[in-house]
Design a protein around this ligand. Structure first.
Ligand code: GLN
Length: 373
C-alpha cells in the first residue's frame, strides 16, 4: 500500500497529486486482479474527494492532504478485499439513474435492464388496450348512437394499470418504471425490512430528481430553479416519494390482499443453485445478500413458487415477467408448461444473447372459470 513505500522509492512521488495517485492505484489494483483497475481507482478517488470524474482531469495536479489520502487508502483496502465498488460508494448506476445500495440489497445488474424493457413494453401494450377499450366504450354509449371516436386522456391522467414487483431489493426496477409511468400504480414487496428502507430512499431520490426535470414546454428555460417549483407542486403535492409506488414488507405475495389483481407482475428472484453460490465471484459470494441469490437446490425454486401463485393475482390477460439464469430456459419452460393457467412461455434474450426473461401470459379463458369459483 501507499504507506509501504518510503521516500527513497524511486517510483513514489514526494507529493501525491490526483494523476500520480491514479497511476499508482491502477498498478496496485492490477497486481490484485481487480477488474477495470483505472476506472475503479477513478471512482474511489472521486468518492473520497466528493468530486466528479471530469474534475479528476481538470484538477489532475491537485495534491491530496493527509486526511484525503487516508480516506482514499481505506477505500482501496476495502476493494482489494474484494468488496464491490457499489457497496463502497453506496450507489450503482442502473437504467437511467443512480441507486442507493447497501449490503442489504443485491447490486442492480445490467442484465436486469432486459426485465425493465420487457415491463415497459407490457405497460405500453396494456395502455393501448385500455385506450382502445375506452374508445369502444365511448362509442357504445354515445347519445345519438353514432360512432364517435375520442382520444383517451389516459396518458396524461390515470390508467387502471396495476403493476406488482416481487422481491424489489433496492427498488431499482420498480423505481425506474414508476418514475416514467406516473399513470400506472406500482406495488413492490420485499421480505427484508432493511431492503425496503433502501428502496424507499431510492423512491425519494427519484422524486427529487424528477423535481429538477423541466416540463417539455419549458426546455428553453436556462436555469433549473425557474422550473423546479411548479413541477413539484403539480406532480407530487404532498408526497416526498414517487406517489404511484408503494413498498410492502413480506415474502412474495404475502402482503397482498387476496382478490387484488395486477395487470403485470415482475420479479428478479434469487436463481443461483445453492451449490453454485460457493463458485461465484468473491465479490458476490462474500458480500451480496445470500437471500437475494439462493434459488434452492435446482436454482428455480423461487421462480417456480412465483409461477404457481401468480395466476391468482393476475388480471385476465395479465402477464408475469421474471428474470432467470442464462442456462435455465429448459427448466423454466418445463415448469411453466405444467401450469395450465398460462399460455406457452416466451423467452426474451439479454444483450449478451442469453435467455434472460420468461414471459408468462395468463390464459384469457380462465376468466369464466374463475368467475364460477
Ligand atoms: N444475476 C445475479 C448473478 O449472477 C443473480 C441475481 C439473482 O439471483 N436474481 O450474480
Amino acid at each position: 500500500m501507499l504507506s509501504n513505500y518510503t521516500a527513497q522509492d524511486k517510483n513514489v512521488p514526494d507529493r501525491w497529486t490526483i494523476l500520480k495517485l491514479l497511476a499508482w492505484t491502477e498498478g496496485y489494483f492490477k497486481s490484485y486482479n481487480i477488474d477495470s483497475p483505472r476506472l475503479t481507482a477513478e471512482i474511489l478517488l472521486c468518492h473520497s474527494l466528493n468530486i466528479r470524474r471530469l474534475d479528476l482531469y481538470l484538477q489532475f495536479d491537485r495534491p491530496l492532504n493527509k486526511d484525503e489520502l487516508a480516506t482514499y487508502k481505506s477505500l482501496i483496502k476495502r476493494r482489494v478485499k474484494k468488496e464491490p465498488v457499489a457497496y463502497i460508494t453506496g450507489n450503482k448506476g442502473f437504467w437511467d439513474s443512480q441507486f442507493a445500495v447497501t449490503t442489504d440489497v443485491l447490486i442492480p445488474r445490467p442484465d436486469t435492464e432486459t426485465l425493465v424493457e420487457a415491463a415497459l413494453e407490457e405497460i405500453e401494450q396494456k395502455r393501448k388496450g385500455q385506450r382502445e377499450g375506452d374508445i369502444v366504450a365511448q362509442n357504445n354509449y354515445s347519445k345519438n348512437n353514432e360512432p364517435e371516436v375520442k382520444e383517451s386522456k389516459h396518458i396524461d391522467s390515470k390508467t387502471n394499470i396495476k403493476v406488482l414487483e416481487l422481491g424489489t431489493g433496492s427498488g431499482a426496477i420498480a423505481v425506474s418504471l414508476a418514475k416514467t409511468n406516473p399513470d400506472v400504480i406500482f406495488f413492490a414487496t420485499d421480505i427484508s425490512p432493511k431492503a425496503a428502507i433502501v428502496a424507499k430512499r431510492n423512491s425519494l431520490n427519484a422524486a427529487i430528481s424528477l423535481d429538477s426535470v423541466p416540463p417539455a414546454s419549458s426546455l428553453h428555460v436556462s436555469t433549473v430553479s425557474s422550473y423546479s417549483v411548479p413541477v413539484r407542486n403539480e406532480r407530487y403535492k404532498e408526497s416526498l416519494y414517487l406517489p404511484n409506488l408503494s413498498f410492502l414488507v413480506g415474502s412474495w405475495f404475502s402482503p397482498i390482499k387476496h382478490g387484488t389483481r395486477f395487470d403485470i407482475i415482475i420479479s428478479n428472484p434469487p436463481y443461483i443453485p445453492t451449490d453454485g453460490i460457493s463458485t461465484l465471484q468473491q465479490e458476490v459470494r462474500d458480500y451480496e445478500p445470500r437471500l437475494a441469490l439462493d434459488g434452492g437446490s435446482d436454482g428455480i425454486s423461487c421462480l417456480r413458487e412465483i409461477m404457481l401463485s401468480a395466476p391468482y393475482y393476475l388480471a385476465p390477460d395479465g402477464v408475469l415477467l421474471m428474470e432467470m439464469g442464462f442456462d435455465q430456459k429448459y427448466k423454466v419452460e418445463y415448469e411453466a408448461l405444467k401450469i395450465s393457467q398460462y399460455e406457452a412461455p416466451v423467452f426474451i434474450k439479454d444483450y449478451a444473447g442469453h435467455n434472460r426473461v420468461v414471459c408468462l401470459k395468463k390464459i384469457r379463458a380462465l376468466r369464466g372459470i374463475e368467475a364460477e369459483k
